[in-house]
Design a protein. Structure first.
Length: 191
């Protein structure tokens, strides 16, 4: 996850390699905000709980959980980050023009794919469904037809707004639960 997110930041730098102006700088900052949001959405709570569940599992259950979670479900998360990076790079190429269909699908659909895979990761490991992330995924997919009409930087701003809004909502709505997860005593694995 960290490598894919880092590569998405590199893609932003490559996309901004031409003349820098206010639009390109704004788009680069929005892209960085999305990369940071994807990091936060992964590492804030669910990754912590999933790691604990994996440590508590034993034998075949642990192997199956590791396979499902860190192979099958991470693959679409990483693919989503890569698609986001492609879309963001194209966005920085011409911030004032609407995105073509493929970059619009990559940008909006990549973040949606990431969120859907994360919803499935949580469902697999924590046994709860995150409807808020599922709703944001649907909103991101609904943004695709609009993205081919709006200036690229506006689409990037909309994606950023959805991601940051999701984080803000979850941070406020689930503040007590987040605090309990983050401050729970660690159980030592049986030896």
């Amino acid at each position: 996850m960290i490598i894919a997110l880092g590569e998405s930041i590199v893609a932003l730098g490559l996309g901004a390699s031409h003349e820098l102006d206010a639009g390109v700088v704004a788009a680069a900052l929005l892209g960085l905000a999305i990369a940071a949001a994807l990091w936060w959405l992964y590492f804030d709570v669910v990754a912590i709980v999933a790691e604990r569940k994996l440590r508590e599992a034993t034998g075949k259950a642990q192997l199956t959980m590791a396979r499902d979670s860190y192979s099958y479900l991470h693959l679409p998360m990483v693919a989503g980050i890569i698609l986001f990076a492609v879309g963001a790079k194209k966005t920085l190429g011409d911030v004032g023009e609407p995105l073509k269909l493929v970059p619009a699908v990559a940008l909006c659909g990549g973040v949606a794919m990431y969120l859907v895979a994360h919803v499935l990761f949580r469902l697999r490991n924590v046994r709860t469904f995150n409807r808020h992330r599922a709703v944001v995924s649907v909103l991101l997919l609904a943004l695709i037809p609009v993205a081919v009409e709006l200036p690229a930087v506006a689409t990037l701003a909309a994606v950023t707004g959805l991601c940051v809004g999701l984080i803000a909502y979850e941070a406020i709505r689930f503040a007590d639960a987040r605090d309990r997860v983050r401050n729970a005593p660690q159980r030592q694995p049986a030896t």
